[in-house]
Design a protein. Structure first.
Length: 140
C-alpha cells in the first residue's frame, strides 16, 4: 500500500488499533473539505498494530479529542513537506463539548444551551464524569 506524503497538514500517529474512526468522527473531519487518509492496523514495533490519520490541510484540530480517545497517540505537524513539530497529547482534565451526556435525566438533556462538560476523575482507568450529574462517559 502506498500513501503519499503530505505537504502541509497533520499526521496523528501511534493511535491504538481500531480507534482512528472514533477520532475522525469526534474531530469532525467528515465535515471538512480536505483530503484525509485513515490507515488501519499498520504493523508497529512499539504497539504491534496501530492506526494513522493523515490530514492534508493546515486545519485546527481539538487535541482534547485525541487525548480523550488515545493519550498515547502522537501528533506531527508538517509544513512544506517537513516535520516541524512532534508531540504527544496528555489526557485533558476537562472535556468541553467533545461528547454528550447519555443520562436522560441530566440537565443538559433539557437545557440544550449548556456546555457538555466532563471532568477526568480517574486517570489510571481513564474515567470521565459529567460535571452536572456524574454519569460516567463512554467512548463507545
Amino acid at each position: 500500500m502506498n500513501i503519499d506524503s503530505i505537504k502541509d497538514g497533520i499526521v496523528i500517529d501511534h493511535i491504538k488499533a481500531g480507534c482512528a474512526m472514533k477520532i475522525y468522527e469526534l474531530l469532525g473531519l467528515d465535515k471538512q473539505d480536505v483530503s484525509v487518509a485513515i490507515i488501519k492496523n499498520v504493523s508497529s514495533r512499539k504497539l504491534g498494530k496501530k492506526d494513522i490519520i493523515k490530514v492534508d490541510a493546515d486545519i485546527p484540530v481539538d487535541l482534547d479529542v485525541i487525548g480523550f480517545i488515545d493519550p498515547d497517540a502522537t501528533v506531527n505537524i508538517i509544513k512544506d513537506g517537513v516535520l516541524i513539530k512532534k508531540y504527544t497529547v496528555d489526557m485533558p482534565e476537562k472535556l468541553v463539548n467533545v461528547i454528550s451526556c447519555k443520562n436522560p435525566r441530566c440537565i443538559t438533556t433539557c437545557e440544550q444551551e449548556l456546555a457538555q462538560i466532563f471532568n477526568l476523575t480517574d486517570r489510571e482507568n481513564k474515567v470521565y464524569r459529567c460535571a452536572y450529574c456524574e454519569t460516567k462517559a463512554s467512548i463507545n
